[in-house]
Design a protein around this ligand. Structure first.
Ligand code: HEM
Ligand code: HEM
Length: 193
């Protein structure tokens, strides 16, 4: 099929749904979850919500990757400078690693504990195998390493990348070649204006 220059409807729907969920997830983790008392019923409830949103992000991100492989994205605008193309490709690739890697890391953390992972009060989500059977020192070491990646390093990488991503899209929108129309179905391509 010839490329229209626009992402397909499914890729667009998934992009904006995942973007909204990631922003909700980070905001909720920082301002809803973090202040709660360790091992309190409120924390358990907030964590269950955090797990459910995070696992939804994991499923949607895998679907997004599948859609990308099945229907490759439109090529970047031909008049986009080479450096910007490289930056855009790098940012997009890192984003895919983050939106899959962060929830996978969270799943590892949740699997280290024997408590069940309940998906939106609907069903029990399986633990990753073998992790709850680890001895105390191994479980502690894994929790420390994956916890630091999950809660600080990768989340801050996402925030910095998001600023670059939005900044890059806005800059192109203002000084060209514009890109927003490629990800927003209600905007007309520049050549139709
Ligand atoms: C954490 C949230 C976000 C993530 C993870 C994300 C991720 C991505 C990825 C991976 C792509 C490339 C798609 C592909 O080639 O498969 C993309 C494209 C795009 N994103 Fe985001 N995005 C996020 C938020 C946003 C926001 C808030 C905006 C608006 C300001 C935005 C605007 C765009 C635009 C305009 C494109 C198309 C760029 C092009 O012309 O190729 N994104 N995004
Ligand atoms: C993109 C998705 C996700 C993001 C952005 C994210 C982000 C975060 C952040 C920022 C924290 C730190 C909160 C605090 O300071 O107390 C956190 C904690 C945690 N997250 Fe996630 N998370 C995601 C998905 C998941 C998933 C899918 C799970 C499990 C199924 C999970 C399990 C956990 C656990 C167990 C903690 C507590 C870690 C600890 O301090 O022991 N997360 N997450």
């Amino acid at each position: 099929m010839p490329s229209t220059g626009r992402y397909n409807g499914l890729a667009i729907g998934l992009h904006w749904t995942i973007a909204a969920l990631i922003i909700l997830q980070i905001g909720y983790a920082w301002w809803g979850l973090a202040p709660l008392k360790e091992d309190s019923p409120e924390q358990a409830q907030a964590l269950a919500f955090h797990f459910s949103i995070g696992l939804t992000i994991l499923l949607l991100s895998l679907a997004r990757l599948g859609v990308r492989i099945a229907a490759p994205p439109p090529p970047l605008p031909a008049d986009m400078p080479g450096f910007e193309k490289t930056m855009a490709r790098l940012t997009h690739t890192l984003f895919y690693l983050l939106i899959i890697g962060i929830p996978l890391g969270g799943w590892v953390l949740a699997s280290l504990h024997p408590d069940p992972i309940v998906y939106f009060d609907l069903f029990e989500w399986p633990h990753l195998p073998f992790l709850s059977g680890l001895d105390k020192p191994a479980s502690h070491a894994l929790h420390k390493a994956v916890g630091a990646m999950h809660t600080v390093i990768l989340v801050w990488t996402t925030v910095v990348l998001l600023a670059l991503h939005i900044g890059g899209a806005l800059k192109d929108q203002i000084s060209g070649p514009p890109v927003f129309w490629r990800m927003l179905p209600f905007l007309r391509p520049p050549f139709e204006r």
